[in-house]
Design a protein around this ligand. Structure first.
Ligand SMILES: Cc1cc2nc3c(=O)[nH]c(=O)nc-3n(C[C@H](O)[C@H](O)[C@H](O)COP(=O)(O)OP(=O)(O)OC[C@H]3O[C@@H](n4cnc5c(N)ncnc54)[C@H](O)[C@@H]3O)c2cc1C
Length: 388
């Protein structure tokens, strides 16, 4: 059965998120983008409004909502500010490995508090020497009696400077690549863990991005998520669950870029008429609408598969790839419709253009998504027409 109708609860959730995005996030977005200040108060407001940590199961005090609900909320937030949304939903990325593979005890100890008091969780695989090549990480863990000792540096960690909790991936000493990668839950106050000064970025400036240093960090064995060596698969499983949200962020940003472009085209005159009268401009905007619709459908499909316990790996990569590429294209075309003004920082379109770029990079670059899709096509896909 195919059903494109949202439930009443989903519509109510979307309306609540939209109201919060329009009334709270949008008015603040320019300030946080300009100053690079971390929007902690705003994130806390979102938490109080029940718009964060949506996927934490009910038995641990969470809302227990599905991926479909998550992408509905993320699209609305990102339409107002992608940077604030990146920080808001980094908690879903950080908590996902615990939700997916944590023990009951780990969930009670680390997920339940997230639902009771505003706090932030960061997810850390990337290092300065690797991002795409997750198996190539150099952070090392060594087992010593009832704890592991972690040493290394993590780079590009969203909310790292403010996180209360980290999920950190490291490789067992003397193992190679995928084999020995482990995931650990590491509270911020753990001795030997420190963060550097926030990284200065092109876009998503409201979102904090940090270096995390680990010097002889002792993590109790009970904080290992899953068996030793299961960390690589867990990271991939996490991305399968979180990539649809990047598709949703891209959809929200693209939708706003289209709306700004429409509004500007109706006002701006050239050659004694509104630029919206030019067919070239009309077609650019029509194409934007078609792509926004397609991005949303791919995102919802991936989220639906996840909610129905299906393998969503390819659908998630499709949603992330199409969303990222289309958001960049739409932001570029919207800026083009603004002409020279699009290039000025005092028009919102410049921020959307800067923010769109990140979707093609984090949680697996567009090239990595294409690798995932290509591998499926050449190794698993069953052609319909077999007679070639
Ligand atoms: C603002 C921001 C926030 C981030 N947040 C987090 C976070 O919270 N946690 C975290 O762990 N990481 C985070 N990252 C890191 C992010 O996931 C990586 O930057 C990303 O995966 C790319 O890795 P890299 O930068 O090392 O680029 P590289 O892996 O060095 O890639 C460089 C280029 O080579 C291409 N390339 C690499 N391998 C292949 C291949 N096999 N085939 C084709 N092309 C290839 C890439 O597509 C890219 O164009 C964040 C990054 C940014 C910028």
């Amino acid at each position: 059965m195919v059903d494109f109708q949202l439930t009443e609860d989903q519509i109510a959730l979307r309306n609540k998120a939209r109201k919060f995005a329009v009334e709270e996030v949008l008015p603040a977005s320019k300030k946080y983008d300009r100053t690079g200040e971390f929007p902690r108060d705003l994130l806390e407001e979102a938490f109080q409004a029940g718009l964060m940590n949506l996927g934490i199961p009910k038995e641990y005090g969470g809302a227990g909502l599905g991926s479909v609900e998550s992408v509905i909320v993320v699209e609305e937030m990102a339409a107002a500010c992608a940077g604030i949304t990146t920080s808001m939903y980094a908690n879903d990325l950080g908590a996902a490995p615990i939700v997916l593979a944590g023990t009951d005890e780990q969930k009670r100890k680390f997920l339940a508090p997230l639902t009771q008091k505003f706090s932030l969780v960061s997810f850390a695989t990337s290092e300065s020497g690797m991002g795409s090549d997750v198996a190539g990480m150099q952070t090392i863990c060594e087992r010593e009696e009832n704890h592991y000792v972690l040493n290394g540096n993590k780079f590009f960690i969203t909310n790292g400077d403010f996180a209360d909790l980290f999920v950190i991936f490291a490789r067992l000493k003397d193992t190679k690549r995928h084999q020995g990668i482990c995931a650990f839950i590491v509270p911020r106050e753990t001795e030997g863990l420190s963060t550097g000064t926030p990284l200065v970025k092109l876009g998503h400036r409201a979102s904090d991005t940090a270096t995390v240093m680990l010097r002889d960090v002792r993590v109790p064995t009970e904080n290992l998520i899953g068996p030793e060596g299961s960390g690589f698969l867990l990271a991939m499983l996490t991305f399968m669950h979180t990539r649809p949200a990047i598709g949703a962020m891209a959809t929200g940003l693209a939708r706003s870029a289209m709306e700004y472009a429409m509004n500007y085209a109706k006002q701006r005159e050239a050659f004694e008429q509104k630029i919206s009268h030019f067919q070239a401009v009309q077609h650019m905007i029509a194409d934007m609408y078609v792509r926004v619709e397609a991005m949303r459908l791919l995102t919802l499909k991936a989220a639906w598969l996840l909610d129905h316990g299906e393998d969503a790996n390819i659908a998630s990569s499709c949603a992330k790839l199409a969303g990222s590429e289309d958001a960049m294209r739409i932001a570029t075309d919207a800026l083009q419709i603004y002409g020279g003004r699009g290039y000025l920082e005092n028009y919102a379109i410049a921020k959307l253009f800067r923010d769109a770029k990140l979707f093609q990079i984090y949680e697996g670059t567009s090239q990595i998504q294409r690798q995932v899709i290509y591998r499926y096509l050449f190794e698993e896909y069953e052609p319909v027409m077999k007679g070639f």
